[in-house]
Design a protein around this ligand. Sequence first.
Ligand SMILES: Cc1cc2nc3c(=O)[nH]c(=O)nc-3n(C[C@H](O)[C@H](O)[C@H](O)COP(=O)(O)OP(=O)(O)OC[C@H]3O[C@@H](n4cnc5c(N)ncnc54)[C@H](O)[C@@H]3O)c2cc1C
Length: 387
Amino acid sequence: MDFELPEEARMLTDLVRRFVQDELMPLEPLILEREATGEHASLTEQELKPLYEKCKALGLWGLDVPEHLGGADVGLIAKLAVEEELAKTVTPFIFPPDSPNLHMMMAVADTDQRQRYLEPYARGETISAIAISEPNAGGDPAGMLTKAELRGDDWVINGRKIWISRIKSADFTIVMAVTDQEKRSRGGITAFLVDRDTPGMIIEREIKMLGGRRTYEVVFENCRVPSSQVLGKVGQGFAPMQLRLNTRRIEMGATALGMCQRALDMMIDHAKSRVTFGELLADRQAIQFWISDAATRMHALRLMVWDAAVKAERREEARNESSMIKYFATELATDVIDRAMQTHGAMGVTKELPLQLLWQNVRTMRVYEGPTEVHKWVIARRLLKER
Ligand SMILES: Cc1cc2nc3c(=O)[nH]c(=O)nc-3n(C[C@H](O)[C@H](O)[C@H](O)COP(=O)(O)OP(=O)(O)OC[C@H]3O[C@@H](n4cnc5c(N)ncnc54)[C@H](O)[C@@H]3O)c2cc1C
């Protein structure tokens, strides 16, 4: 067992830390201002362009893309260290491409789909979304109602999806639909690649979420796609979707670590400078316990994340671990950020500090990729069944 980051990963992390410090942190006031005035708290394409150019020049591109697809293939442990650094700022930014969809596509795309979708996506030239959730089936995606029927050589999709991130700007969306009512999650749900502007895929409304984010409600009305757009095998969409979610949940552990570290640093800095009733906050046991509790639980989370990452790299089963990480990490970050806000008093609840935006972001993280309670239930269910 070795709990040190490999040398290459450490160098990459240092590079990303400097990128965050020099390029993303200065943009925080802009993002905070946008969120405070009700705008989308993100960077515009114009603002992203020079950042992407810098990333390319620094080699911060396609980090987990395999070398044969033109990427750097740094491995999951290094990628997680990168996620952690990026999460220290509230300026939303990812080094393209968005990896969870990448892994799902690498696992199941056929030769033609690799050329048309995977390769441009892996080069960071396209944006993708995934549409799983529905008004009556979110935490339990097996209950989805959207269906696809084979008519001639085309599949016709009908139904409704909700809470879909990025779909408005996505070049293509992976849409999950029922193709066999009897089998459903056991061989009856299929993944389809649906191009932007495909007739019958209608973005019905934009939904404002916490953290200045946006999601979308989308209707499929006789949306016709050729059979060549089936991603993977007919009826076998559920397993690769789960694979995508497992990777994402481990990454969320790293993201939560970065968010916690930012909040803890701010809490410590403030506690060391603020005097109340004649003493520094840093000398109060209440504050000291918050600091030690944060550091101890963050240490546990780091070990959990590394353990799951090593298992995932070895292609070992890590579903339980990724569920544990998902809920432990997001609940922990909620506590740490909240206590950092409390330590700052009134200043902590202003729209001027990034703490409240970190808090808003982690509040949404407790719901997506499976709510806390669902993960706890799944873990317990497995244990009860095994015994
Ligand atoms: C910011 C954001 C972005 C999102 N982006 C996407 C996206 O890009 N694509 C996509 O497909 N979806 C997306 N989602 C949807 C997300 O995956 C779902 O919201 C999530 O799976 C929960 O589903 P639900 O909202 O229907 O809640 P429900 O499933 O109705 O659950 C509601 C609550 O009930 C409780 N609960 C549910 N089941 C159990 C149980 N078995 N035991 C105990 N308690 C339970 C939990 O507290 C849960 O929070 C996004 C959501 C958010 C907030």
